[in-house]
Design a binder for this molecule. Structure first.
Ligand SMILES: *Cc1c(COP(=O)(O)O)cnc(C)c1O
Ligand SMILES: [Zn+2]
Length: 470
């Protein structure tokens, strides 16, 4: 299953398990073959998940042995095992190692807060920085699995005209365009749909730089999503939104890595995740479930989802028990500014069936998000606005007693701070448009100071003390 191969002194556990993956409908349980492209159930329209019908085979290897295999692979220099496919059997086992596309994704650092930051938040915690992925967000995890799978299908079915397409709040398109650009140009084209003016300049520059066709549509993300859904239902395209369950499978790697970085000790673990389209939190829950089912971890973690009060449909559902899409208003956590999350039905099912007493929602203000981001970044981290949302959410969860300060607390910072530099600038200059409801607090402000190009002037400004002239 995980064959032992000798390479010099290094033993590499190359995966030879291929599984028996099918699409499985979360509504009517119908199954569809994996070598077709499906995004929703052709018979009832519900979301699909990937189901490995031979998953029980994997149980023949016991938990401690799996840990050893995964820990061994971390030392390997095989490209196919260097990213998310280190967890090959749990990602897309049907893709053989030679078809894996690895662009440097995964294995992002998990950094402990220093005492000052922990004191501010109310408990010690870690930030796992998924901004340190190739296109600078966690979306690369899902793209690595989706594009590896596409690469495999293109070869095995000898396809020569594939159009990869997605709607995006910015980061999905950056990741999709990057990974698609690695595939042969003659066979694969890449198109992204963005809400005009609702992605940052940095995020817009990314798919343009990767050579994708960039289409701007009026409205917000939800409007782009409707268009791309119609396209994927009626035309021959490969949908790269997280509605495509192949993406979710790649994003499960976040959970596997957290467990591995904690030496597989998850008994008092709490993971805090910002929610937009709800693909990420779905993947995090599914990932921990895999590990639990294989005996790799002893206990499921608590999962805390965080939303802004400007885009809070999942929070409202958790409070009232009834789900209604909301109309979003401007949010600094722009990548999570989604009023009708596509993967919500998966979240509801996972919570009801597996995470009932282990799932909480926290809602934060735009002000809290900005201050979460700026405060983390002032203490050695590189956190985006969505990461700031997670940090603010954890602070609130600790204050409300939803989680205990003694828990092992991990915050997901989902992308790189530089993508959201505009929001920092607006904060420092106190120029947020009113609809954001963000006011600058002087203690967090920072602006450049211009002065004469003379050491004396700088010294005077800094009130430097002269060295003793001895
Ligand atoms: C996509 C994205 C999110 C939201 O993730 P979902 O899977 O849509 O819930 C959060 N933060 C960043 C930076 C993102 O790119
Ligand atoms: Zn169905």
């Amino acid at each position: 299953m995980a064959a032992k191969k000798s390479r010099g002194n290094n033993q590499v556990y190359m995966p030879d398990y291929r599984g028996d993956l099918v699409y499985s409908c979360i509504g009517c349980s119908a199954e569809y073959p994996i070598d077709e492209f499906h995004y929703t159930c052709p018979s009832c329209g519900s979301l699909l998940r990937l189901h490995d019908r031979s998953f029980d085979e994997l149980k023949k290897i016991e938990g401690p042995q799996w840990r050893k295999i995964f820990d061994r692979r971390r030392m390997s220099s095989e490209a196919a095992l260097s990213g998310i496919f280190l967890f090959h059997e749990l990602i897309m086992p049907l893709v053989p190692p030679e078809d894996v596309i690895y662009l440097g994704e995964g294995h992002t650092p998990m950094i402990g807060a220093n005492d000052d930051l922990a004191g501010w938040l109310g408990a010690p915690f870690y930030i796992k920085n998924d901004g340190q992925n190739p296109s600078a967000s966690f979306k690369d995890r899902g793209m690595a699995s989706a594009i590896s799978y596409l690469n495999h299908i293109i070869k095995t079915r000898n396809l020569d005209e594939v159009l990869g397409i997605c709607a995006s709040t910015g980061d999905t398109s950056a990741a999709a365009a990057l990974y698609l650009s690695y595939l042969p140009k003659g066979r694969v084209k890449s198109v992204v749909l963005l809400p005009q003016g609702k992605v940052t300049p940095q995020q817009l520059s990314q798919p343009l730089g990767s050579g994708a066709t960039v289409i701007e549509l009026p409205g917000v993300f939800d409007d782009c999503m409707r268009v791309v859904e119609e396209l994927s239902e009626n035309y021959e395209v490969f949908l790269l939104n997280s509605k495509n369950p192949v993406r979710i499978n790649g994003q499960k790697s976040y959970a596997y890595e957290v467990a591995q970085q904690l030496n597989w000790q998850t008994s008092d673990l709490v993971v805090v995740v910002p929610i937009g389209n709800a693909g990420n939190i779905t993947a995090v829950m599914e990932g921990f479930l895999d590990l639990y089912r294989l005996g790799i971890i002893d206990q499921l973690p608590t999962v805390v989802g965080v939303q802004s009060d400007h885009a809070d449909p999942v929070y409202r559902w958790s409070m009232t028990g009834s789900y209604q899409p909301v109309t979003v208003t401007s949010s600094v956590a722009q990548a999570a500014m989604i009023g009708d999350p596509v993967s919500f039905p998966k979240v509801r099912k996972l919570v009801e069936e597996n995470f009932k007493s282990r799932f909480f929602m926290i809602r934060v203000t735009e002000q809290e998000i900005m201050e979460g981001m700026l405060t983390a970044n002032r203490h050695g981290h590189v956190v985006c606005t969505q990461g700031g949302e997670s940090v603010a959410g954890l602070k609130k969860a600790v204050a409300l007693g939803v989680v205990e300060p003694e828990n092992t607390l991990v915050v997901d910072s989902t992308s790189h701070q530089l993508k959201f530099a505009e929001f920092q600038r607006m904060y420092f200059e106190d120029t947020f448009p009113a609809e954001y409801e963000v006011k600058t607090r002087d203690s967090l402000k920072n602006t450049p100071v211009a002065m004469e190009g003379k050491a004396e002037a700088v010294a005077e400004f800094l009130q430097l003390r002269r060295k003793d002239q001895g």
